[in-house]
Design a protein. Structure first.
Length: 314
């Protein structure tokens, strides 16, 4: 759902900045309605700590503070990850390089909650967030699109979100979509992405093929029992960008549902449900606009040993 990161030269960086500026201008000019969230979500209140474990994911050098960091680089994330234990995060594998192993400290997760208890913001600068570099990676077996990162130090001021391990069919269960990606209703538009946003949707995990409102099958043949489906999803082609040379509009998909759905740079974000006590659990890791991966199948396994974390503060 978002491109793999790559090491950029100065020329590549200038081109990327120019592309972001063009995309932002096109989004402002072409949007028929103001974007409100992840798509269609809300920013958790400053005193709502339930979603703090969902962090922005990027290269460490693009997130950390310092005199040599431009304002754009200091807030340049391209994915998300969830804290599932004090020293462990879970994200998708395609957020990492595909032709070489990720190096220690190369990537990091930025959490909105600072150790002081305050909530960070772009206006307040990189130091207003909590930055947690990853020192070790463990990949899911069989090339599955999941990656587990071990942090340089445990995060002690944020409650992790435990993985949901129920092995029962889940059909249209109310849940949340949480990530740091594009707020635009235009699918594929990379901006604006400014903050953690949470949207409501219905989630499912079954052994049977399900269909969305446009009748396209959701089930993959590769890992049919490991997918989480985002059930409320609807979009339509609309005029997005006008080409004055050809005098034609470029048409792309526009989200028409009022439910919260992922967009660009939401890969690795969280699909969440509440248990009987009202506490959050991680049902899925966002893979695309309509699907996520259920990590619960790996809890207790040797090949991808996802830790079992049990809250003790509530």
């Amino acid at each position: 759902m978002n491109p793999r990161p790559a090491i950029e030269t100065g020329t590549h960086l200038r081109l990327r900045r120019a592309g972001i500026a063009i995309a932002l201008a096109a989004w402002i000019a072409g949007s028929a309605a103001p974007a409100s969230a992840i798509v269609n979500g809300f920013e958790p209140a400053a005193d709502d700590t339930r979603f703090d474990a969902v962090g922005a994911f990027s290269r460490t050098d693009w997130l950390r503070a310092g005199p040599d960091r431009s304002p754009e680089d200091a807030h340049n994330w391209f994915g998300a990850a969830t804290l599932i234990a004090p020293d462990t995060i879970l994200t998708v594998r395609h957020n990492l390089p595909d032709k070489r192993p990720a190096r220690p400290y190369e990537f990091a997760v930025r959490f909105r909650r600072h150790v002081t208890g305050s909530v960070g913001s772009r206006q307040a600068g990189p130091d207003s967030y909590h930055l947690a570099p990853v020192v070790k990676w463990v990949m899911a077996p069989h090339g599955e699109d999941l990656a587990m990162g071990i942090l340089v130090a445990p995060v002690t001021h944020i409650d992790p979100i435990p993985v949901d391990t129920r092995r029962v069919r889940i059909i249209r269960e109310p849940g949340f979509v949480a990530a740091w990606g594009s707020e635009s209703r235009w699918l594929g538009a990379p901006v604006p992405r400014r903050r953690l946003l949470v949207g409501r949707n219905l989630l499912a995990r079954t052994d049977e093929a399900r269909e969305t409102q446009d009748r396209r099958p959701l089930l993959s043949e590769t890992h049919p029992r490991n997918l989480v489906f985002i059930m409320q999803f609807a979009n339509e082609k609309r005029n997005w960008q006008y080409n004055s040379r050809t005098r034609k509009w470029r048409r792309i998909n526009y989200v028409t549902t009022d439910a919260g759905v992922p967009n660009s740079h939401d890969s690795g974000g969280a699909l969440l449900i509440e248990d009987e006590r009202g506490m959050l659990k991680l049902l899925g890791v966002i893979k695309g606009n309509r699907t996520g991966l259920w990590p619960g199948r790996y809890v207790g396994s040797r090949s991808f040993p996802i830790p079992v974390w049990r809250p003790n503060r509530h």
